[in-house]
Ligand binder design. Structure first.
Ligand SMILES: [Zn+2]
Length: 140
């Protein structure tokens, strides 16, 4: 079973290649290309730093993961910070502050990063599963 989770991205990050290796799981990272381009229009400097740091971390993690034989997948970052990891409800008001997530639908309260992390893990698992299935030739 693929139960990974990993979220990286400034300013905070939580991930562990060692942990993924130990538990035979994989790592799921946000593919921030889209965000980078969308946000660049408004805050060029901040985003430049953001994407640089992200690229550095992503490279490092990918390198370590590869050496350890841990799969890494990149997922669409859309709504990972606005969606409730419990009920799936998406609302930008769910993100109360930088650190607090409060679902307007089911009322779950979580650390914003923790919530996003679970969404990214779920997406990563879907990407991983889809990739596997598409590579498997159809059997008659
Ligand atoms: Zn909810």
């Amino acid at each position: 079973m693929w139960t990974v989770e990993g979220r990286i991205g400034p300013p905070r990050r939580s991930w562990s290649v060692t942990e993924a290796e130990r538990t035979s799981s994989g790592i799921s990272l946000e593919d921030l290309k889209g965000i980078r381009q969308r946000v660049r229009l408004r805050e060029p400097q901040r985003v430049a730093l953001h994407s640089w740091a992200f690229a550095q971390l992503a490279d490092f993690i990918t390198y370590k993961a590869k050496r350890a034989g841990v799969p890494v997948v990149f997922v669409d970052p859309a709504y990972t910070s606005q969606q409730c990891c419990e009920c799936g409800h998406i609302d930008n008001k769910n993100r109360v502050s930088q650190s607090v997530f409060l679902c307007r639908n089911c009322g779950v309260v979580a650390h914003a990063d923790r919530n996003a992390s679970r969404n990214i893990a779920r997406k990563g698992e879907a990407v991983w599963t889809a990739g596997r299935e598409s590579r498997v030739p159809a059997t008659p």
